[in-house]
Design a protein around this ligand. Sequence first.
Ligand code: SF4
Length: 210
Amino acid sequence: MTTEAISAKWQSTVLPLIEDFYTIQGEGAFQGQAAYFIRLGGCDVGCVWCDVKESWDASAHPVVSVAEMADRAKASGAPVAVITGGEPLMYDLTDLTAALQAAGMRTHLETSGAYPLSGTWDWICLSPKKFKAPHPSVPSHANELKIIVYNRSDFDWAEKHASEVGRNCELFLQPEWSREAEMLPLIIDYVKAHPRWKISLQIHKYMNIP
Ligand code: SF4
């Protein structure tokens, strides 16, 4: 395809967009770094403690072309675009990641892994949920495994998922926000006993930024 044809394709590829904004990555391996977040609408995973339930209904959000998303992300000056949701892998993300990379941005994905992997990624953060198991195409490609700890049984569940990712995948335990006071001491003890794991905290919530 010519450059013009590719550009036209990106204009016609649309995805439901809840919000996009330049902020600080609050969690995981890139915690504390500047990043442009693109939050896509639609999720059927159904986590009871989900803090973005407004994302579930994709039809409640306007569709925006991937070309426009990439233009806005580039204009922010951010080095990285983080695609999150909702569950972004409900959609074929090939054109979105191509448009972002053509704009000179790194592409990072945050996913529950509930749908087949699509797109071209510089970094994949897999955060599996008990409510819908990851698709088999995802775990071996994860650069980062982030387990949300809601109760004690989640440590065994975390190890099960750690056995399914690659050797170099970074492993994080993150307390569910409303359970942090109770779970954090357990996580600290667990990481001291199992030091291949690290702790992730949602520092954007402490900073009161999105
Ligand atoms: S996968 Fe994410 S967006 Fe979907 S219900 Fe769970 S926490 Fe909410």
